[in-house]
Design a protein around this ligand. Structure first.
Ligand code: SF4
Ligand code: SF4
Length: 446
């Protein structure tokens, strides 16, 4: 097993991957009724059984019965967005998210990558994502590249396409806030820990600041635990469960002893994995109970705010907003009403539902980079739904979805503005108090 500089194991031998293979009991729950087909973005685009949830489960069953892990099997599983839309639609309670993650862990040792692709893969998952210093360096380099407008040459169209989907770097980075404690405004009602993500520290630094401000304004003391790291969601979705387990142990150790009322994230994709740490570590006696405790305290920030009495005054926002359900919030965590409730509480704001709001936008972690064609086909359909709502602003609750929807507005949209729900709440709070964008009350080192 290879271990990276950051100490994260990024590949596992076949025998070690076996415990992560799809469980027969999960596979057996599927009765092949097909009620999930219409909820599946890849089936909606291709109308191919092998690219539907039912077809993918059928293929997993064949592998469980001894069929080889073929290139075709890997292809059909790779094309799955892991959006879990099928899970919500399934009347038999099939835990498709667990199945696809386990199936990807099982196929990981069978993947063929060139030497260069293996190096990039190991660097990104093993070194870059878990390391603050590497992320800071990558952010600084990207910032220079974006500032001088350096682009991939025209004879590398694929690189150009990837560049168009890459996040804009936001300086100053949020890393400097890690380890600090931000006091509540007024009476302290709650103590919360905020997990700031990995790439979000360089690409969504302003969103992270807005998250701290909104929590402070509503009576929360916000701690940004200093030893936190990447949540491991991208690792789990790519089948790198041992690497994700190492990150899970670090985050649990960083947060749990603080005895916080809640541990919050503003990224639905991260939240879904963070809430499932108990499954990742269920076979580790030293960690299983702590992982369960951690997962029980984990909340999406919209879920947490909707569960407490909001007390920050909010000014008017005159906009017609449509809400795009982030898959890992709606299907992964079952949180649908909280973001909508928060938006409805903003004076002047009109919330208008789009059709199929809980069908994936095609972002799905790094899926839009790896499977760009399907991702863009799914995005085109999503932007047609957005247009049908007539909204001039799109709200969502996941940074990855924001990037994808911004690309959607550029390619297929009508100039709609894309925001995180928290950014709109922050805007409303600041317009009520006439405050600028600085954090409400500065923090101190924890
Ligand atoms: S996953 Fe659920 S909805 Fe889909 S075919 Fe199987 S039982 Fe039916
Ligand atoms: S996770 Fe999403 S893309 Fe994958 S089979 Fe289910 S609905 Fe389809």
């Amino acid at each position: 097993m290879a271990t990276s500089e950051a100490g994260i194991q990024v590949s596992a031998p076949a025998e070690a991957a076996q415990p992560d293979a799809p469980r027969q009991a999960d596979l057996d729950k599927c009765v092949h009724c097909g009620l999930c087909l219409n909820a599946c973005p890849t089936y909606r685009e291709l109308h191919l059984e092998m690219d539907s949830p039912r077809g993918r489960i059928f293929q997993m069953k064949q592998v469980a019965a001894g069929a080889p892990i073929s290139d075709s099997y890997i292809h059909h599983l790779d094309l799955c967005l892991a959006c879990r839309g099928c899970e919500s639609a399934c009347p038999s309670g099939v835990n498709y998210g667990r199945l696809i993650e386990a199936a990807r862990a099982q196929i990981e040792p069978y993947r063929r990558r060139s030497w260069a692709a293996r190096m990039v893969h190991n660097f990104v998952y093993g070194t870059l994502l878990p390391s603050r210093s590497w992320l800071r360096l990558a952010g600084a380099l990207l910032r220079v590249q974006q500032a001088i407008g350096l682009q991939a040459p025209g004879f590398l169209p694929r690189w150009r396409e990837i560049e168009s989907l890459a996040p804009k770097v936001e300086a100053p980075f949020f890393f400097d806030q890690i380890g600090r404690v931000f006091p509540a405004e007024g009476e302290r009602r709650y103590r919360v820990a905020f997990l700031a993500g990995c790439i979000a520290n360089i690409a969504f630094a302003r969103l992270n600041e807005a998250t701290v401000r909104v929590l402070q304004a509503n009576g929360c003391e916000v701690t940004i635990p200093k030893d936190q790291t990447c949540c491991g969601a991208l690792h789990v979705h790519s089948g790198l469960r041992d690497a994700a387990r190492e990150l899970a142990r670090r985050n649990i150790a960083a947060c749990l002893d603080g005895n916080f009322d809640a541990i919050v994230t503003n990224a639905a994709g991260c939240g879904s994995t963070l809430k499932e740490y108990y499954e990742l570590l269920e076979h580790e006696p030293a960690w299983a109970a702590r992982a369960r405790e951690f997962s029980s305290r984990m909340k999406d920030v919209t879920e947490f705010l909707a569960s407490i009495e909001l007390r920050a005054p909010m000014g008017e926002i005159r906009a017609t907003v449509t809400y795009q359900d982030a898959c890992h919030l709606a299907h992964g965590q079952g949180v649908r009403s909280a973001p909508r409730e928060l938006l409805r509480r903003i004076p002047g704001l009109t919330l208008r539902e789009m059709p199929l709001s809980d069908v994936c936008c095609g972002s799905a972690g790094i899926y839009n980079v790896l499977e760009t064609k399907m991702s863009m086909d799914v995005l085109r359909s999503k932007m047609a739904s957005v247009a049908a709502s007539g909204a001039d602003r799109i709200a969502t609750a996941n940074p990855g979805c924001m990037l994808q929807l911004q690309a959607g507005v550029k390619r297929f949209g009508r100039g709609q503005r894309v925001s995180h729900v928290i950014e709109i709440l922050d805007e409303a709070c600041r317009s009520a108090t006439g405050r600028g964008s600085a954090t409400a009350r500065p923090g101190h080192n924890g």
